[in-house]
Design a protein around this ligand. Structure first.
Ligand SMILES: [Zn+2]
Length: 347
């Protein structure tokens, strides 16, 4: 997000009254009059946009806090491993984004038609809103599951070819976790989208917005939400599962017996935040809880590389610095990443 948009996001966040929020939003969209329907419809739309900007501006806050490290860590050229992983990251994230966006948008029209029918019945029909849903759970769950299994497998592929060992089997627990996670994520996304859309419809209706304006607003809201969910899913599921696949390979006995450390590698480019830049190149002991760190941010693409030679560690400090550790929620020392909420919560 550019600096100007970030400032608008911060202003939006701070603006407490609706008038002020609408003013700011109009300011941002003064060249795009189509986006501005009636003020009432706008309020619902603003909530989505603010939410989106908040996520991104919190990510940018990291840039502010870690600014000092950015100058210290000059960019370097990518290693062969990183180039390979970067290609997978880019391809997979792009693919996931397109597919998920399509799933959500495909269901939009049916939903909007049902909402319109209800709105035309007037206030007496509004309770029926609870009866209709954007049904994306099953398709999303299947897609999340497919994406997770595929990237887990790609993670195993990369690590086993780097280490020249045969690809280990996927433990049953991993499959079960993937199933459970796909179900939970799909449920959450479906519920969020439905609640949000219905709130907009109700508020806009009671505020007197025209039915056509409400339809436009729902479409726009769902478009933004689809983009956001797709972006987050692309960024978080791919990175998380690639790392988990790699970790399965590292757990193999033949690796464990000679393993002396892990090194964090970050695919360094404009997307990488300063916090992840500080992680780049750091070594941890094989039993360090941070070995369980998969991805950190949806825009960053880090992974672990096992180290076997003592001489690689000579003169190097090991461990994750406290100022970085403190930025994570941990349970028993294990860093916890909440994939779909990671930017929403500021530590
Ligand atoms: Zn990051």
């Amino acid at each position: 997000m550019d600096y100007k948009n970030k400032l608008i996001a911060i202003k939006l966040k701070k603006a407490i009254n609706t008038k002020k929020r609408i003013e700011l939003f109009s300011l941002k969209n003064k060249n795009n009059k189509d986006l501005i329907g009636s003020n009432n419809v706008l309020i619902g739309k603003l909530d989505v946009i603010i939410n989106d900007y908040e996520e991104q501006s919190l990510c940018n806050d990291e840039h502010i806090n870690f600014e000092h490290t950015e100058t210290k860590l000059a960019s370097r050229s990518l290693t062969t491993y990183e180039q390979k992983l970067e290609t997978i990251y880019n391809e997979q994230e792009q693919l996931v984004q397109e597919e998920i966006q399509k799933i959500i948008q495909d269901q939009t029209n049916t939903f909007i038609n049902s909402v319109l029918a209800i709105l035309l019945m007037g206030a007496s029909g509004l309770y029926l809103l609870n009866e209709i849903d954007i049904r994306i759970y099953t398709k999303l769950k299947d897609k999340f599951k497919e994406v997770m299994l595929k990237n887990y497998d790609l993670g195993k592929d990369t690590a086993s070819s780097e280490l020249k060992i045969s690809k280990p089997k996927t433990p049953l627990s991993v499959k079960q976790n993937i199933n459970a996670e796909a179900e939970i994520l799909a449920t959450t996304v479906e519920q969020d989208i439905n609640n949000e859309t219905k709130n907009i419809v109700q508020n806009a209706f009671f505020a007197g917005a025209a039915v056509t304006a409400i339809a436009i607003s729902i479409r726009e809201t769902l478009r933004l939400r689809a983009e956001q969910v797709a972006r987050t899913a692309g960024g978080s599921l791919v990175g998380d599962l690639l790392n988990k696949g790699r970790a399965t390979v590292f757990e193999e006995k033949e690796i464990q017996v000679k393993l002396i450390a892990y090194q964090r590698n970050e695919v360094l480019d404009v997307n990488t935040c300063p916090m992840c830049r500080t992680l780049d190149g750091r070594y941890i002991k094989p039993d360090d809880n941070f070995r369980n760190l998969t991805l950190v941010h949806v825009n960053c693409r880090g992974f672990w590389v096992p180290i076997f030679e003592r001489q690689d560690l000579l003169g190097k400090t090991t461990g994750i610095p406290k100022f970085v550790v403190n930025r994570f929620d941990t349970i028993g020392g294990v860093p916890i990443i909440n994939k779909f909420k990671q930017f929403k919560k500021k530590k």
